[in-house]
Ligand binder design. Structure first.
Ligand SMILES: [Mg+2]
Length: 435
């Protein structure tokens, strides 16, 4: 059937190999062939990226630096340079966009490309994928792996299977054979907790889930179960979306030592709030809800989830993109967090609306400077714009209000984490590991 083939989706997932570590090894020849970890070497440092040499020792992203050192005493820690990685990212995405107008970035170093219909122009998908790998290598001297499949999830799993520096193509009629033997945790959105639950019900492989009936899955797991069952069968209607709308933006940090001092927590809140607000303004968004998140310093059970997370949130009268308003709102939620020392503190915003959204329209009716709108008054808006330009040129750390004091970004020690959640992809349950 010629016509159905013509309309079958073809999705490519490109993912740089050990991105931060590869950039370091490229730029510092003395690191090539050595076990390299990008991340903080301190007692609470976390591995942000591990070179393939480090991985042979069992070192992986999101592992504690202490554990990494235990597994390989000779491992070389590199603090990392986010501005340099962001520059590389722009070059990589420029290459991606030569292959498809539909590029959906997932992070600095990975993206979905919709190749549907580009066959006539660029040749068969595998050739397009190999050409993309060549171009990225030519442009940046960095390795990239590529997965190709009829749906996003399959393309993403395929690029993982292709690592390092390879390409895996899964044809539409080979999806079940490819997915069936894989462990259920390979399904998008199945993290450790959901994984345990599914295994408890006797589902170990994607094939186990694919063979269950929708009725069974619904009974055992509700709507979510039915959705997961469809994914297991390779049915995924999500399209590549170049402009996914974020539904939340957040930033959090882990302290070197647990903190109960209100002044330190308030300064940290301001740092996060400014950063979150800057990201709102860059995307032309306003937020209706401010969330404060913390983890208590007391371990209540074994494992990475041993320190429970708490959140409080507040809904604003009018949406905002101003760091000071975000900070004040988050500070108003601090009381509960002061009950005992905290290990981690984060600020997030949700209920995002774009500039064309209703709320923004309302704000437009307010006289400028009347103080009615939670959108910053003109003077602060000018200040915000100037700060944004500075941050764009010199990095977020340059721009800081005096009151932020000592709450510094731990420049990519891995202890500082930025997050966004989008409307479409499944919610990752745990920190996604940079590969
Ligand atoms: Mg990667």
């Amino acid at each position: 059937m010629e016509s159905s083939r013509e309309y079958a989706r073809c999705v490519l997932h490109a993912d740089m190999d050990a991105f931060y570590a590869s950039v370091e090894q490229r730029d510092r020849p003395e690191l090539r062939g050595r076990p390299v970890v990008v991340g903080g070497s301190g007692t609470r440092g976390v591995v942000a990226a591990a070179s393939y040499e480090a991985r042979t020792f069992g070192i992986f992203s999101a592992m504690s630096s202490v554990e990494a050192k235990k597994r390989c005493p000779d491992v070389i820690f590199v603090p990392g340079d986010m501005a340099r990685y962001a520059r590389e990212s722009r070059r990589i995405f420029d290459v991606f966009r030569e292959f498809s107008p539909l590029v959906e970035g997932l992070s600095l170093d990975e993206a979905f490309l919709d190749l549907t219909g580009s066959e006539r122009l660029l040749g068969p998908p595998r050739e397009i994928g190999e050409e993309l790998r060549r171009q990225v290598r030519l442009e940046t001297s960095l390795p990239v792996s590529v997965g190709i499949g009829p749906i996003k999830m399959v393309a993403k799993i395929a690029s993982g299977a292709a690592k390092p520096d390879g390409l895996v193509e899964v044809p539409a009629d080979g999806v079940r054979a490819f997915l069936d033997p894989l462990p259920i945790r390979k399904i998008w959105g199945v993290g450790p907790v959901a994984g345990e639950k599914l295994e408890g019900l006797g589902y170990y492989t994607i094939g186990d889930l694919a063979r269950a009936t929708p009725g069974e899955l619904r009974r055992e797991l509700g709507d979510w179960g039915e959705g997961i069952g469809r994914l297991a069968q390779g049915v995924d209607l999500r399209e590549v979306e170049p402009h996914r709308e974020a539904v939340s933006i957040s930033e959090e940090n882990t302290f070197p030592r647990d903190v109960q001092d209100r002044a330190v927590l308030e300064a940290t809140i301001l740092t996060h709030a400014e950063s979150v607000a800057r990201r709102l303004r860059r995307q032309g968004l306003l937020a209706k809800t401010v969330v404060l998140k913390w983890r208590i310093g007391r371990r209540v059970k074994e494992g990475p989830r041993g320190y429970p997370a708490r959140t409080r949130q507040i809904t604003l009268i009018e949406p905002t993109d101003d760091g000071d308003i975000v900070a004040r709102s988050a500070r108003s939620l601090l009381t509960d967090a002061l009950a005992e020392p905290v290990r981690l503190l984060g600020v997030g915003v949700s209920g995002l609306v774009d500039e064309k959204g209703n709320s923004r329209q309302l704000a437009l009716f307010a006289e400028e400077g009347s103080g009615k709108a939670a959108v910053a008054p003109p003077r602060r808006r000018r200040l915000n714009r100037a700060l944004d330009q500075l941050a764009d040129r010199f990095g977020d750390d340059v721009v800081k209000r005096a009151s932020q004091g000592d709450a510094r970004h731990a420049t990519l020690s891995g202890q500082w984490k930025k997050g966004s959640r989008d409307t479409h992809g499944p919610e990752p349950e745990s920190d996604s590991a940079e590969e």
